[in-house]
Design a protein around this ligand. Sequence first.
Ligand SMILES: NC(=O)c1ccc[n+]([C@@H]2O[C@H](COP(=O)([O-])OP(=O)(O)OC[C@H]3O[C@@H](n4cnc5c(N)ncnc54)[C@H](OP(=O)(O)O)[C@@H]3O)[C@@H](O)[C@H]2O)c1
Length: 335
Amino acid sequence: MTKYFKINEDKMKAIIYTTYGPPEVVQLKEVDKPVPKDNEVLIKIHATTVNRTDCGFRSAEYFIVRFFSGLIRPKNETLGNEFAGKIEAIGKGVKSFSPGDKVFGYNDTKFGAHAEYMVMAENESITTMPENISYDEAAPITEGAHYALCDIRAAKIKSGQKILINGATGAIGSAAVQIVKNLGAEVTAVCDTKNIDLVKSLGANVVIDYTKEDFTKINQTFDVVFDTVGKSSFGKCKPLLKKEGIYMSTELGYMSQNPFLALITPLLGGKKVLFPIPTINKADVVFLKELVATGKFKPVIDRSYSLEQIVDAYRYVETGKKTGNVVINVVNKIN
Ligand SMILES: NC(=O)c1ccc[n+]([C@@H]2O[C@H](COP(=O)([O-])OP(=O)(O)OC[C@H]3O[C@@H](n4cnc5c(N)ncnc54)[C@H](OP(=O)(O)O)[C@@H]3O)[C@@H](O)[C@H]2O)c1
């Protein structure tokens, strides 16, 4: 990737993609620095992430993505949904933030965090960072956790229930284990051998090593089976569910069966599939901030890359082997 040297205060470095495709479609370019509108803040990005949402919108592997991001070509040319940074300027109508505030948040409508600067409306999914954490630790708070939260809330998981979480080492799974455990439920988590200790440290009561045992064949029942990596099916997990048990997956499943089953199974009574449409708002980001501030949730960080190395970051995330989150350092930490 070509190196760029900053020459103009109105310009910034950003990662641009103008066509859908593999990791190599993204390029480091010089573009205009955004200008905040009256209700917006200008954020100097210190850290962001490359996650599966970025990969989905970059590759448009699922055609449905194009209905949101542009049928022929991407309409938002800079990806990056999670961010942590410092407010550099505010629009004249902004009341709740000031220049110098350290903030973090999420934007999967316009994206824009794979850059030196981005703008966010004051009332969007942004809040001040919890005390005593770094930008690198704040950036990965929202993506996996808000997907986990949507499913956990949809299933109304509560204290005393037995929950099985497959893919406990993904961004969604590692957040789900911690949030479900904090609700007082009993967590059985599925991961591979090398991450057993990590998953126990996140709060799992029982760990199943998927390299040694097929979790769909165990002789136990659960209130909820949450497959956060979409490697199973309702059919295979049905024997694991209690009478009114719930199956949830983060993937559409074979022939998009999961959204279809989510429409049909609740009408039939008994075991059912839920497939909530993920949402996030400021209250969710504030909720996650509180979980982090009180030590109830700590995003797992696998490794970090610089903005210049973002193609490598995409390649790694797309192996499906990351443990938790992959951080991009936008500001060189030495500066
Ligand atoms: N299309 C979109 O916009 C979008 C957005 C977000 C998420 N998603 C989907 O949601 C899923 C989860 O995302 P994520 O970011 O949480 O995942 P992720 O971080 O990419 O998941 C990787 C983790 O899954 C584990 N894993 C892989 N195969 C497994 C298996 N058979 N059983 C148990 N664990 C396994 C890996 O562990 P090992 O390396 O130890 O095997 C690794 O730690 C993905 O399928 C992703 O495509 C899609």
